[in-house]
Design a protein around this ligand. Structure first.
Ligand code: SAM
Ligand code: SF4
Length: 332
């Protein structure tokens, strides 16, 4: 168990670690990556599974981190990712180990991930229309992605959260369909506001659909009741008022930032510690790992970085600077 906590200078405690394990991806979602891809990290620059596990151990055993989310890039393109899940699970089998994936490789991987100790899964899905999928993910793997969602369910990775990034003029006319899907299948759908972390650098506020607009559209058909979480997370959660299965959540990063309750810290695929998605700098840990630094020393570096966590991001405010890295290079 953790003996200390990772506290920042505003009193927030970081106990949710997001680990990106690759910057590569088999999709090119328009809100995340340019069509031509990005300059990939070299294999040697990626943290090895042993290195990731060592850092995870420090976060879990020294600082009481309870949730570890594996992400990317697309985490399932990293070979034998289930071995990493198993290594992290061995640190403490009660850990909440989760993954965010585009789902396309889940038919092959879901059972192995479950067996290795993955507890929950978030699958990104922005449209229920094949042609649109082609336009938004710039991939022709719609059927395989849908089948991947079924495979996760069959493997017992439950509940399944579906992440939908809502973009004006692209998929905002499908939000009610996604609410219906949540009810029909029992999924938890998360509507995510489009953030200025796209690889093309073409984000504008006009493309963002504020959560309250999405909620209004849905409530015209399906009245909602709020879920009062003991501890507020990034999503404002709702159940259906008529008692239907499934649920909805709104991640309003742009229209209503939730920085005051942010409990997250991120590790990039090359071992950079980031205290915010919008951090302009990160704390490199890879060379410490590779130069024989002790856990004690690495812990001190982590503590100092978390203490300096930004108060919040400044999207749509004067002084906002877009980070040099895009979402797939940070780990969403
Ligand atoms: N490839 C995996 C996937 O798509 O689920 C994991 C990595 S992806 C970067 C993590 C999450 O970030 C996904 O749910 C994706 O939809 C979301 N995302 C990517 N770019 C975004 C943006 N500009 N604004 C909001 N969410 C974004
Ligand atoms: Fe790949 Fe995920 Fe980014 Fe889409 S959102 S390009 S699936 S990393």
């Amino acid at each position: 168990m953790g003996t200390a906590t990772l506290r920042d200078s505003y009193g927030r405690i970081a106990d949710d670690l997001r680990i990106s394990i690759t910057d590569r991806c088999n999709f090119r979602c328009i809100y995340c990556m340019p069509a031509e891809g990005l300059k990939w990290l070299k294999r040697d620059d990626l943290l090895r599974f042993e290195e990731i596990t060592r850092l995870a151990r420090i976060f879990v055993q020294k600082y009481g981190v309870r949730t570890i989310r594996i992400t990317g890039g697309e985490p399932l393109v990293r070979i034998k990712v289930e071995e990493l899940v198993g290594m992290i699970n061995e640190l403490d089998p009660t850990l909440d180990i989760t993954m965010t994936t585009n789902g396309v490789l889940l038919r092959d991987k879901a059972q192995a991930l479950k067996d290795a100790g993955l507890k929950r899964i978030n699958i990104s899905l922005d449209t229920l229309n094949m042609q649109r999928f082609h336009e938004m993910a710039r991939s022709d793997q719609f059927d395989r992605t849908m089948d991947g969602i079924d495979a996760a369910r069959e493997a017992g990775l439950w509940p399944i959260k579906l992440n939908m990034v809502v973009m004006k003029g692209h998929n905002d006319d499908e939000v009610v369909d996604f609410a219906r899907l949540a009810r029909d299948k029992g999924y938890e759908v998360r509507f995510i506001e489009y953030m200025p972390l796209d690889g093309d650098g073409t984000w504008t506020n006009e493309q963002v659909v504020p959560s309250r607009r999405i909620q209004e559209q849905i409530e015209d058909l399906f009245p909602l009741v709020p879920v009062n979480d003991a501890r507020p997370g990034p999503a404002t959660r709702f159940k259906f008022a008529d008692g239907a299965q499934g649920g909805l959540g709104f991640i309003s990063s742009v229209s209503q930032a939730f920085c005051t309750t942010c409990n997250r810290v991120r590790l990039t695929a090359e071992g950079g510690l980031r205290t915010c998605l919008f951090s302009l700098q990160e704390t490199p840990l890879r060379e410490l790992l590779r130069s024989g630094a002790s856990d004690e020393h690495i812990g001190q570096v982590i503590e100092t970085a978390v203490w300096r966590k930004e108060e919040g991001h400044l999207i749509n405010k004067p002084g906002f600077i877009k980070p040099a890295k895009s979402m797939s290079q940070i780990g969403g």
